[in-house]
Design a protein around this ligand. Sequence first.
Ligand SMILES: [Zn+2]
Length: 245
Amino acid sequence: MKLDVLAFGAHPDDIELTCGGTIIKLGDMSYKTGVVALTRGELGTRGTAEIRRQEFEAAGQVLGLSVHKMLDIPDGQVAVTQQNKLKVIREIRAHQPKIVFAPYWKVRHPDHGHASDLVREAAFFSGLKNIDTGQPAFRPNKVIYYASRFEFKPSFIVDITACHDRKMTAVQSYGSQFYTPQAKKLGDEETNISRPEFLEAIITRAKQYGSYIGAGYGEPFLVREPMRLDDPVSFFGSEYLQGLL
Ligand SMILES: [Zn+2]
């Protein structure tokens, strides 16, 4: 299945939290979208690998994906190795996405930082025909980075106002990880991300980024290289008068 957009996350819930609204929006625009989690999230303090798999599937329904899968890299061991690069290259070649989303490289969780490097390198090497996976060589047009805990000055912000409710529904599919009023399990150890404040912070941040572009909610993205723009006159329309950009 060929895709327009393929988003890689280190863990099953990473994409929903960081760029889930954008994935939903692109799906609404009839682009074919996919999400690949590099690990199954089995090191998580709460939930089991099986519960997380069910939650992953439920969240994927909300995101409206054409491709949704988990790879078998062990959680906590996302490293930039040749073996792992080949796993990512196989996904890129199988789906030939025009753009790839990857985590920003400066992060708190080591898996996210390694995932950033792993996906960027795999996207490059995927274009070399002498790296043999039994598939044609293919390089995506661009790797674009999404933010998790550490922020960056965004290259652009996507207005996700129309998809924000669905994004939060997808996030709350992960009842073992995040706070949901109906899924308070006695005995589950509280974690950094299971408190209601964590989800409030996700929502507040989306509102903050939305405010920069005159929208209700937004998600920030970073492009490492300079961006080419052929027609600044038409690109910078009157919508730029509405926000703080
Ligand atoms: Zn993660």
